[in-house]
Design a protein around this ligand. Structure first.
Ligand SMILES: N[C@@H](CCC[C@H](N)C(=O)O)C(=O)O
Length: 277
């Protein structure tokens, strides 16, 4: 079976072209191939295939085999893959995901879709839809005890669930210890992606992320969108800004007109490979 490894800001996935390949157990394959010592090494697996409702369909699996509804860095790589490998000649494409159909505008340079702007849709703020327990209209700046410490948490879904926490410093945090305590906290029935964010100024946010199912990653596109939305809701940031992650930066805008979040960032090929069995 052929595969392609790609990355968006160091958030790396193994991509399978399901127009050509047939997969039986993607959860198991994701676990096996994502292993950085015994496999190819990745944050998970992304399948690109035909859709009945959009130009393409994307399915994503985390490194532990669980599935995610949406992947912001992954969808830009899907855009680059289908464009650069000749599956489309369009520069605006639609992709069906577990969080609905997303529209991508590809930024083509020298024949390559090196960047994309993705319409990530409207953020979901109702606690029962995120989902997070606790009721109320929105889950903004609520105090939650995790690991014997009080954290101020804002929850946002970008089709997948995020808990955003504003902290004075991100570097010193031991994410390997705190991350799983949030991910498996009983407050979050579907587990959670957690972003730890330092506000640098009114349009610049610095973030580290502990991803549901993959642990700490270099970047999370949906997480960067949730972070900007949470920063606006808390009065820390303008509606358009830069999110700095370990692997690079994303430009995020929460449009006042249509209430949609727009994400712009790069997408890169790493290598092609094949798996014997
Ligand atoms: N890295 C992704 C998000 C991947 C899915 C996430 N771990 C989940 O389970 O929701 C991104 O760039 O958005």
């Amino acid at each position: 079976m052929k595969f392609t490894k790609m990355q968006g800001l160091g958030n790396d996935y193994i991509y399978i072209n399901c127009f050509e390949e047939h997969l039986e157990r993607p959860e198991e394959l994701s676990r096996k191939l994502s292993d950085r010592h015994f496999g190819v090494g990745a944050d998970g697996l992304i399948l690109i295939g035909p859709s009945k409702t959009a130009d393409f369909k994307m399915e994503m699996y985390n490194a532990d085999g669980s599935s995610g509804e949406m992947c912001g860095n992954g969808i830009r790589c899907v855009g680059r893959y289908v464009h650069d490998r000749g599956l489309t000649d369009q520069e605006t494409i639609t992709v069906e995901t577990g969080a609905g159909i997303k529209t991508l505008r590809l930024h083509v340079e020298d024949g390559k879709a090196k960047k994309a702007t993705v319409d990530m849709g409207e953020p979901i703020l109702e606690p029962e839809k995120i989902p997070v327990l606790g009721g109320g209209e929105r889950f903004i700046a609520r105090s939650v005890e995790v690991g014997g410490r009080e954290w101020t948490v804002t929850c946002v879904s970008m089709g997948n669930p995020h808990a955003v926490i504003f902290v004075p410093e991100t570097e010193a945090l031991n994410l390997a210890e705190i991350g799983p305590l949030f991910e498996f906290h009983p407050l979050f029935p579907n587990r959670i992606n957690t972003e730890f964010v330092k506000v640098l100024d009114g349009e610049t946010l610095q973030m580290r992320v502990w991803e549901r199912g993959s642990g700490e990653t270099m970047a999370c596109g949906t997480g960067a969108c949730a972070t900007l939305v949470a920063a606006v809701l808390n009065g820390f940031c303008k509606r358009s800004g830069t999110v700095r992650l370990l692997g690079g930066t994303l430009q995020i805008t929460w449009d006042e007109g249509d209430n949609h979040v727009y994400m712009t960032g790069p997408a890169e090929f790493v290598f092609d490979g094949s798996i014997a069995d």
